[in-house]
Ligand binder design. Structure first.
Ligand code: PGA
Length: 263
């Protein structure tokens, strides 16, 4: 079921980029573009996910902007609260620093840092309990897609996530569908394939919660200024999680604008 009333989100996932001076420059350029050609806050939510190290700096730099831009953490600890956990940052510490948004389950975390289902469940629980809004990532590998398992894999990931979400917490959930084979490869899923998977995810969510039609489902994987308009036109694609192209202020602006104009 499509839903055109969902406000789109465009979130830049900076991953382990860029160096400090370049990050500041990127933000300044983006702010300037927004000042010249504003994108209304209720036309598109915009966020950036810098490294943990620069979250607060970037958040401060984004404060005096013509519109709100959310600062998003790229990850959160599976341990809650405070304590002797060297190197970890808990959901409560993020919240305490005014960070209200977090990515969980990005395929790079799943594949390279062993974020398995139980760990993701703990991270999700801690984030939601601390009152953070979670952008929860799902997506299949190329092998799974070639074996015809894409839908099954993605819907299982949705079910694993849903098991940890209480009825009143769905309002703090955003989904990002990111086929792993499309991340950083320059290969985007065709708009039709992406829409088909988004519709399946929507159907799955509708079976789980009556808020299913209100949940934003973002597409991620080689989203660029060139393909954003086509993706944004799809009824169940409610925004984008953007990696590489978010490191360029002009591309990121154009992607946000494409989604803001489309709905
Ligand atoms: P990409 O990354 O846009 O560089 O493919 C997307 C992501 O990993 O979130």
């Amino acid at each position: 079921m499509s839903n055109s009333t969902v406000i789109p989100w465009v979130v830049g996932n900076w991953k382990m980029n860029p160096m400090h001076a370049d990050a500041l420059k990127l933000v300044e350029e983006f702010k300037q573009l927004l000042q010249q050609n504003p994108i209304a806050t209720d036309a598109c939510y915009i966020g950036v996910a810098p490294t943990m190290l620069s979250l607060i700096n970037i958040q401060t730099q984004l404060k005096n902007t013509t519109r709100e831009i959310y600062t998003v953490a790229q990850d959160v600890s599976r341990v809650a609260g405070t304590g002797a956990y060297t190197g970890e940052v808990s959901a409560e510490l993020l919240k305490d620093s005014g960070i209200g948004y977090v990515l969980i389950g990005h395929s790079e975390r799943r594949e390279l840092f062993c974020d398995q289902v139980d760990i993701l469940k703990a991270k999700l629980k801690n984030a939601l309990n601390a009152g953070l809004t979670v952008i929860y990532c799902v997506g299949e590998s190329l092998e799974q897609r070639e074996q015809g398992l894409a839908e099954q894999v993605v819907l299982q990931q949705i079910c694993d996530m849903a098991a940890g979400v209480a009825a009143e917490q769905w309002q703090n959930i955003v989904i990002a569908y990111e086929p792993i084979w499309a991340i950083g490869t320059g290969k985007t899923a065709s708009a039709a394939d992406a829409q088909a998977m988004h519709a399946k995810i929507r159907e799955g969510l509708n079976q789980i919660t009556n808020l299913g039609s209100k949940i934003a489902i973002l597409y991620g994987g080689s989203v660029k200024a060139d393909n954003a308009v086509e993706l944004a036109a799809c009824p169940d694609i409610n925004g984008a999680l953007v990696g590489g192209a978010s490191l360029n202020a002009h591309s990121f602006y154009q992607i946000a604008n494409a989604f803001a104009q489309s709905k």
